[in-house]
Design a protein around this ligand. Structure first.
Ligand code: SAH
Ligand code: F3S
Length: 433
């Protein structure tokens, strides 16, 4: 009889890929089927995110709920960044937990489930050359890790403390995985790393890689079956001309660039240790729009970082007005342990941060309404990847707009020209043209 796995994944795309690796590794030993119902699961895993405080607090109430409803024999495990960051404290606060496995230790999952109590949160463990088993949640697009860890020390960010130093995965492994995934039907690849355009800076053991990110992109695009390439996240500091030119000119690279701004104020960027100024960011965004007028630019913004004045915040608003981001992920600053910013004085009070976030999001919703109304009656090539409720099937344009049309499985894994008939802020509805 196959066992049942309840696996909850929080956070970023890297966690989604880590969850796929967890499933693949478990299936090497015995078959696990996924279930959405924790009460019938033989194994419950929470793959956690610790970038902001809220999900960390929620974790313990969730564990309590799982413990209440689970089968008696079922084990509960905590993986991911919060596992790395809280370690053995998790056992203290939640004795129901059997194993705690850090974000850099995914390959040890079978060891973890076979031990009475298991803890491994070593952030020096190097899985950059580990051959994980095969599992993909979606056969039409494939996540592929190109590096682990992060070498930046952004003052607000806990990730370097949970995922360790940055190591690029050898390009031979990436190219092999890319070719295999594409041959198996994933025409779209999504390359993952905390800092993808720093690719090649250091391989395991300290040697420099043979290829930089631009060269890696070019090589992957040479694989026939690969039709589309996306990546996340690049860092604005490493957006050199070579990278922007490859991005703009290679037809297989999707015209969607994530450019995490964080703040529009050069002073705050300095305090955040981001390594670029407002002017550099604006100039790079302008260059992207020049080289590829169709490209969409998305971003991450933090409001209420320590010391952020009203004037600093207005600079963030002004960058938003100038770049007119197609998508923004915006957050209130959340103090994280181990980070430089946690010790900074001059904290912004919660009410001010909330007011700024609302102002930013309200104005961005207006910008989005303006942008999306321009889509009416336009035709876009869409790659379909997912069935949605109500007889819809969903896909994405090269610019990463979600598009829904009436249809079913026959459209999955195909490219179709779609005429947009009903553009909404987050989804464009249309008909096959
Ligand atoms: N290198 C990754 C960053 C991962 S964290 C990337 O570029 O995607 C993802 C986003 O969470 C960051 O870009 C930042 O906007 C936000 N974030 C990180 N730490 C935060 C904190 N302490 N408070 C609020 N938002 C934070
Ligand atoms: Fe975090 Fe900055 Fe790295 S946001 S993941 S430290 S690039």
């Amino acid at each position: 009889m196959t066992k049942k796995l309840f696996l909850k994944t929080l956070g970023c795309a890297m966690n989604v890929r880590d969850s796929e690796h967890i499933i693949a590794e478990l299936n090497r030993i015995e078959r696990y089927d996924l279930t959405q119902n924790e009460s019938e699961a033989d194994l419950i895993i929470i793959n956690t995110c610790s970038v902001r405080e809220k999900p960390v607090n929620k974790l313990f109430s969730e564990i309590g709920q799982f413990a209440k409803h689970k089968k008696k024999s079922a084990k509960i495990g905590v993986c991911g960044c919060t596992a790395s960051h809280l370690g053995a404290d998790i056992f203290k606060r939640a004795p129901e937990v059997s194993f705690v496995l850090g974000a850099r230790n995914v390959s040890k999952i079978t060891q973890a489930i076979n031990s009475e109590k298991f803890l491994d949160i070593n952030i020096d463990h190097d899985e950059s050359g580990y051959a994980f088993g095969e599992f993909r949640q979606n056969p039409y697009k494939a996540y592929i890790n190109i590096s682990i860890g992060c070498d930046k020390k952004c003052a607000f960010c806990i990730v370097p403390h949970t995922r360790g130093e940055e190591i690029s995965i050898p390009h031979e492994i990436i190219l092999k995985e890319a070719a295999k995934a594409a041959k198996n039907g994933a025409k779209e690849l999504f390359l993952l790393g905390q800092n993808v355009n720093n690719y090649g800076r250091r391989l395991s053991g300290g040697k420099k890689g043979e290829l930089n990110f631009s060269q890696l992109l070019t090589k992957i695009a040479e694989i026939d079956e690969v039709k589309r390439i996306r990546f996340t996240s690049p860092h604005p500091l490493h957006m050199d001309d070579e990278f922007l030119e490859v991005f703009a000119s290679n037809p297989k690279i999707c015209k969607s660039m994530h450019m995490p701004l964080q703040s529009g104020s050069t002073n705050i960027l300095k305090a955040m240790r981001r390594g670029y100024s407002k002017e550099w960011f604006l100039e790079r965004a302008k260059k992207i729009r020049q080289l590829s007028p169709i490209a969409a630019i998305s971003t991450d913004i933090i409001v209420g970082f320590p010391g952020e004045s009203e004037k600093d915040f207005e600079e963030t608003m002004s960058v938003m007005e100038e770049v007119r981001f197609e998508q923004i992920f915006s957050f209130k600053y959340s103090a994280r342990p181990l980070t430089l910013a946690a010790a900074m004085r001059d904290k912004v009070d919660i009410a001010t941060a909330a007011k700024r976030l609302l102002k930013l999001q309200t104005r961005h919703a207006q910008i989005l309404d303006e942008i999306s109304s321009d889509y009416l009656e336009t035709v876009h090539e869409v790659y379909f990847e997912e069935i949605r409720d109500g007889g819809f099937v969903a896909g994405r344009t090269s610019q990463n707009n979600a598009v829904c049309v009436k249809g079913g499985e026959e459209l999955l894994g195909t490219f179709q020209n779609v005429k947009i008939t009903q553009p909404q802020r987050l989804i464009l509805y249309g008909q096959i043209a």
